[in-house]
Design a binder for this molecule. Structure first.
Ligand code: 0X9
Ligand code: ZN
Length: 561
């Protein structure tokens, strides 16, 4: 069961709720500021957990705390003043592939999808997009399930984002990485401001396991790559079609695949012959706009929406189309720019997919070549059966950061990566009275590119703006402007500040949207923060209700009579 602990602020006008998972899963982490009255109190607190920042003048201490810590703090009579969500820490599930407990099996992944559908009915839809080869031909096998995430609301024009894992069965880390990314989205809704606006205004399509038949063979320990189509190289462990050579754009064109059935890169008998590739192409075509012009040399419009990511392993690359030819496509500069941005985040090498050798019939060439989507292949990790230690230590977090970025630009992936990032964005308080201001600081940074393969040009930041409750891509006419801390917008990295008065804002939680522009006029992606406006002046309110009632509240929330 999932319980919620709420920290009540100032007569309950604002509340921050932490999901307390009991034994069900990981606990959320919070930055919590706690009031301390004396050195002795601080000492007592330090015995419990590490004070990260002590402000003696204000009598506050900053802590990193999970729900258990927070319960303990409250029980000891400490007063949490504010709390800011950090993240849900990663925790291995039970089970997993034999010898690799960090990688959920096909069965576990499909069960997880259905569990999430039950737990998050306002965010999750499960779409059966077709059958695997075995299900279609042998009566066993699996449905191809898309985990579709978006907040059910009235918002129109949602930008689409698609990712798939395990198209190549043996690439163990791929599906778990995406599963984990989906989990961060689900658990971050209404808690993390960026995840909240993304789920409000975008749709995420996860085909976590694109090749379940092959994956089941790989789970049994075989280095299985293809699907299990038994019409080719029949009844052997080399049977099947390489699904990443079977997509219908430039299929078999360019010596980038094999016509021999037992080969690893066997392209199949015809373009899109396999049920898995057919289902993917049909689904993606139905869910995404067609951004292509009538001629192959027509580029995609700068404001075109749609990101497509295919996760593979291994090698440490961020690849973009085309793979079938060494010629640059019409949008190569934009794809390269976004590729360098993604590579900055996951630390990999950004390359056009044909850099080392040609491949034809791949998923990314199809998604870009046919539909004009910003399509990328990540080659994560250093081996197919990546150990859990290196997956958790090296692969997971940098790739979650890259995926998160790919999602934040889904509305205009051919344009937004040219603009500056706003990072970090911070507020000096999460709750503000109507007689107070909140000081918003940020760094706008235009140069967050990997320059390990060519150098991406960078421009000075020219403006940073804030809109309240309306995302800037919908309407920025009422935007407030940040000041450059050094007085001038003339560098590619600018520290900026804006004082936002609580006066005039309605009570309750607001979303602050911040974005920056460079001197070429390119806006970067939006970063958001939450602030809660207290209708009465903060200094007239007690900071915390009577401790006994708080303990009662926590007990009640935990079902203790
Ligand atoms: O060969 C492939 O399909 C990919 N490598 S893997 O080891 N995962 O099999 C590379 C594909 C490169 N080409 C494109 N991304 N277009
Ligand atoms: Zn692969």
């Amino acid at each position: 069961m999932r319980l919620f602990l709420c920290f009540l602020f100032a007569l309950g006008l604002g509340a921050v709720c932490a999901a307390a998972d009991g034994n069900d899963g990981p606990a959320d982490l919070w930055w919590v500021r706690v009031a301390v009255q004396s050195r002795a109190e601080l000492q007592a607190l330090a015995a419990l957990m590490e004070p990260l920042e002590v402000d003696r003048a204000a009598g506050t201490v900053l802590l990193l705390a999970d729900d258990t810590h927070i319960n303990r703090l409250i029980a000891l009579g400490f007063e949490p003043i504010d709390a800011q969500y950090v993240s849900v820490p990663y925790q291995r599930g039970d089970g997993g592939i034999n010898g690799f407990p960090c990688y959920p099996t096909v069965d576990e992944t499909l069960a997880q999808i259905n569990t999430w559908a039950q737990s998050y009915p306002d965010l999750v839809e499960v779409v059966d997009i077709g059958d695997s080869w075995r299900k279609l031909n042998e009566g066993m096998g699996d449905d191809l399930l898309v985990l579709r995430l978006t907040r059910q609301n009235q918002i129109a024009d949602k930008a689409p984002w698609f990712a798939m894992g395990a198209l190549h069965a043996r690439e163990y880390a791929t599906a778990p990485l995406l599963t984990r990314f989906a989990q961060t989205l689900l658990e971050g809704y209404d808690v993390d401001p960026d995840i909240t606006w993304m789920l409000d205004h975008q749709v995420f399509h996860f085909l976590l396991i694109a090749n379940p038949d092959g994956r089941r063979e790989a789970e049994a320990g075989l280095f299985w790559r293809k699907n299990t189509d038994n019409d080719f190289c029949s009844d052997s462990n080399d049977r099947g079609v390489d699904l990443n050579r079977n997509f219908s754009f430039q299929w078999g064109c360019c010596s980038g695949s094999s016509g021999s059935a037992c080969n690893e890169t066997f392209r199949g008998p015809s373009a899109g012959s396999e049920p898995e590739t057919e289902a993917i192409m049909q689904y993606v075509t139905a869910q995404f706009p067609d951004n292509r012009g009538p001629n192959p040399e027509d580029g995609v419009a700068a404001d075109a929406a749609g990101v497509f990511v295919d996760i593979h392993s291994f090698g440490g690359y961020v690849l973009w189309p085309y793979g079938y030819t060494v010629q640059d496509g019409p949008d190569n500069a934009a794809l390269q720019r976004m590729g360098r941005k993604l590579a900055f985040l996951n630390g990999y090498r950004p390359e056009k997919a044909s850099a080392s050798f040609n491949t034809d019939g791949t998923s990314d060439d199809w998604a870009y070549g046919d539909l004009g989507l910003a399509a990328f292949t990540f080659e994560v990790g250093t081996t197919f059966f990546q150990s859990c230690d290196s997956y958790e230590g090296l692969v997971l977090n940098p790739n979650l950061a890259a995926l998160h970025y790919s999602a934040r630009v889904a509305r205009a992936p051919f344009a937004l990566p040219a603009g500056p990032d706003v990072t970090p964005l911070s507020l000096d308080r999460t709750h503000v009275g109507t007689d107070q201001s909140v000081v918003i600081t940020a760094v706008a940074e235009d140069g967050r590119y990997s320059n390990t393969n060519g150098v991406e040009p960078v421009q000075p930041v020219s403006a940073v703006q804030l809109t309240i409750d309306t995302p800037p891509w919908l309407d920025d006419s009422g935007a407030l402007q940040f000041d450059a801390d050094d007085g001038f917008f003339d560098e590619s990295s600018e520290a900026v500040t804006l004082n936002l008065a609580g006066a005039g804002l309605a009570g309750g939680r607001h979303t602050l949207y911040v974005r920056a522009r460079d001197q070429n006029g390119n806006w970067g992606p939006t970063s958001a923060a939450f602030v809660t406006v207290q209708l009465l002046p903060m200094n007239l309110l007690p900071l915390w209700p009577d401790p006994v009632s708080v303990l009662d509240l926590v007990a009640a929330q935990n079902g203790v009579p």
